[in-house]
Design a protein around this ligand. Sequence first.
Ligand code: CO
Length: 136
Amino acid sequence: MLQKIDHIGIAVHSLTESCQFYENVLGLTCEKKEEVVSQKVRTAFFNLGGVHIELLEPTADDSPIAKFLKNKGQGVHHIAYCTDNIDSQLNQAKEQGCKLIHETPITGAGGKQVAFLHPKSTFGVLTEFCCAPKEP
Ligand code: CO
């Protein structure tokens, strides 16, 4: 079941430059910066009442974020929903005929399990499910 909006992902050319806007204009504090190798991005997280802004800067030309920036420019890239069970959430989407980018979750920022639904099936909004990492 979905629990809340976890974060909004925003594609940017430069984390350094965009962080200044969130820090100096909006007055938010950067919670952490992290490179996510699996998605070829560097990220910066801002927390606002439990909903996060995730800034995404590509680390390689073949990064999905590099492609997004080339096609659409900077801006909102995805919305991520927190779920208590990512496998059943993906199964439900699949059963409803939704096209999945990830059939099984991958490891995203913060070690969370994440998976994306294809924007062709989500009315143009790239949609992410994320879930706290499984206890070992
Ligand atoms: Co995300």
